[in-house]
Design a protein around this ligand. Sequence first.
Ligand SMILES: NC(=O)c1ccc[n+]([C@@H]2O[C@H](COP(=O)([O-])OP(=O)(O)OC[C@H]3O[C@@H](n4cnc5c(N)ncnc54)[C@H](O)[C@@H]3O)[C@@H](O)[C@H]2O)c1
Length: 362
Amino acid sequence: MAETTSDPPKQYVQSHAAHAFVQDLLTHHGVKPENATIIAKCLVSADLRGVDTHGINRLPSYLARVRAGVLNAQAEPTLSQLTPVVAQVDGHNGFGFLAAHMGMHSAVAMAREFGIGMVSIKHSNHFGMSAWVVQQALDEGGMMSLVFTNSSPALPVWGGREKLMGVSPIACGAPGGEGQMPFILDMAPSVAARGKIYKALRRGEKIPGDWALDQDGQRTEDPAQALKGVMLPMGGPKGSALAIMMDVFSGVLSGSEFAGGVTNPYDPSKPADVGHFLIAIKPDLFMDLKEFKERMQYLHEKVVGCERMAGVDRIYFPGELEQLCQVEREKTGIPYVEAEIQALNKEAELVGSQRIQSVSSK
Ligand SMILES: NC(=O)c1ccc[n+]([C@@H]2O[C@H](COP(=O)([O-])OP(=O)(O)OC[C@H]3O[C@@H](n4cnc5c(N)ncnc54)[C@H](O)[C@@H]3O)[C@@H](O)[C@H]2O)c1
């Protein structure tokens, strides 16, 4: 979202061009076209929403894993129906996007029929920005959702000093009032997502001093030093407990890795074995949909219309900043720095796929 220090010049790429680039790059790596479409949509939606840390710039790290043989680009997830409202997906070490997409599709179908659908996902990989899974539940069925994942160790538990828990995001959503944006919360339990440190490193920027400690336990503004150290949990023991919660629901329950066992998405030495946990809920279970939406509208009005603290011009509903960003970027294109475009084009050159088409620079 907001730049942390200087703002380097950007090249603007239209979302359809970014999508076409990803689609072609992935199919050149053996991903089936329909699967490449799903992955491209998820990655480009992160860039559109301003979650630049989890967009198409993640491709070089994913593809390094494919080339190293630790992520199977051709794997298809499989689903087992365990009860009418519970399913299990095995990602078979394919792209996390595909396993989560299959899982949420199934959760929505179950919720449509029975009010709720729960899916546990094992043997998956990093699925990027959680909000796309929340959006899928909204788009496919107007469903409320909970979207949990675990991730590789980056955060000490409260009182500890070694990396143990992942900076594992907690996401959830609900349809908004009539004509209103939905409620979408998508937050990592650290002061900042680790992807923001990778982004600062890519862009040659400093990070705020309260995000991470270096390997000697000192606060640092240098992203390279921060990546050698630990992320700081938000709210001290509370952020640490939320990270443990993600591991209980996504790792322990699913049968995937947990307790520090998930491999870092930038480490191409072994499979990641990420777990996810998804729930879809029909919003009109306890009242009709009209009343639910009126109540969401009332909540939205109370939240954004409440008395503001000094120095605050506007109050935003969770997910609103990202949705405003998306509206803007659909018009202007998505801004990338030159080094990011070069890294992506280098990937394209390796396999002879199309280069990324930018429309303007400023
Ligand atoms: N897959 C993974 O393993 C993984 C790991 C870490 C993070 N992530 C992703 O990284 C992304 C970034 O996470 P983050 O914690 O840095 O997000 P963030 O801090 O930018 O936003 C967190 C939440 O707070 C809301 N918010 C932010 N500013 C606000 C404001 N001024 N007013 C009202 N609401 C506001 C946002 O809408 C969002 O729902 C997420 O999309 C997350 O899914 C993924």
